[in-house]
Design a protein around this ligand. Structure first.
Ligand SMILES: N[C@@H](CCC(=O)N[C@@H](CS)C(=O)NCC(=O)O)C(=O)O
Length: 279
């Protein structure tokens, strides 16, 4: 049992105090899911080695009863191993690869384009002592200057919502990716939207996006963990003429998830195939 029911978490923060890293976000949720308290060590991008006494250059890092754990997946696995009687994060071994599938897809569809839209506010919102490092390291990463990277973002932003249809279809039929209750798959996926809200200086999803229900419930979890005052609104994207439809408005009627829920769910389709009257 962690001393005082607390886990020390080395945070990666912006000047607003909000966490920026999706991996740290997922870790905060994982700790809260276990009913443990967060003992936050604040800080930004520079000085991670000093803060952690030379343990790591990357965050998250936790200390649990004197034991350091230095990677977000290792932390989730450590928490499940050490606190098996508390709500499970991963559980079945199949959850990890499926979660990695969802997360990899979400990074391709959303984080990658959003990074190129928000890199300037990401840098500007970082702690003043981090500005030079964030500028240099991210320009090295992208091979271009930040003011060049963000060019055309008004065209890239409306292209993202239609790409999230897969997640909408699944969450239309399930309350959480974890089923009736959230699990680590929800936290890894929510962390993409939490990252976005930490830096988005303009909204990324329309007000009426069906993903809103799951995202808002996710941000509200564990005493409103995702509702830090430094977060930005992510709903309210205004579309321009010619922008693609942000989500499939006809999809409520169907989709693979609702189709495969027992023989009755394919009865109408069978009747159609056989040229028989429906019902
Ligand atoms: N494998 C690590 C990766 C952590 C990681 O890459 N963290 C980034 C923030 S998202 C970081 O610490 N970056 C420091 C930097 O950019 O200098 C984990 O999942 O915990």
């Amino acid at each position: 049992m962690a001393d005082d029911n607390k886990i020390t978490l080395y945070d990666l923060q912006l000047s607003t105090g909000a966490t920026i890293s999706p991996f740290v976000w997922a870790t905060k949720y994982a700790i809260a899911h276990k009913g443990l308290e967060l003992d936050i060590v604040p800080g930004g991008f520079t000085g991670i080695m000093d803060r952690t006494g030379g343990k790591t250059e990357r965050l998250p890092a936790i200390v649990d009863d004197g034991e350091w754990v230095l990677d977000s997946w290792l932390i989730a696995e450590h928490l499940d191993r050490k606190y098996p009687d508390r709500p499970v994060l991963i559980g079945d071994p199949g959850v990890k690869p499926l979660t990695q599938l969802v997360e990899t897809w979400l990074w391709q569809q959303a984080i990658s384009p959003w990074m190129t839209c928000f890199l300037k506010s990401y840098r500007d919102l970082s702690l003043p002592q981090d500005h030079a490092y964030v500028t240099e390291s991210r320009e090295r990463m992208f091979g271009r200057r930040i003011d060049e990277i963000i060019v055309g973002r008004e065209d890239r932003l409306p292209a993202v919502p239609p790409k999230l249809e897969l997640l909408r279809q699944v969450l239309r039929e399930h309350k959480w990716l974890g089923g009736d209750a959230p699990n680590y798959a929800d936290y890894r996926a929510l962390s993409v939207f939490l990252f976005c809200a930490s830096v988005a200086d303009t909204p990324v999803l329309t007000d009426d996006d069906p993903l809103r229900d799951w995202i808002e419930r996710g941000f509200d979890l564990h005493g409103g963990l995702g509702r830090h005052p430094g977060m930005h609104p992510i709903f309210g994207l205004k579309l321009r003429e010619g922008d693609p439809e942000p989500f499939n408005k006809a999809a409520a009627a169907g989709g693979l998830v609702s189709r495969n829920t027992g023989p009755q769910s394919t009865a109408a389709e069978t009747a159609r195939l056989k040229g028989q009257p429906a019902g």
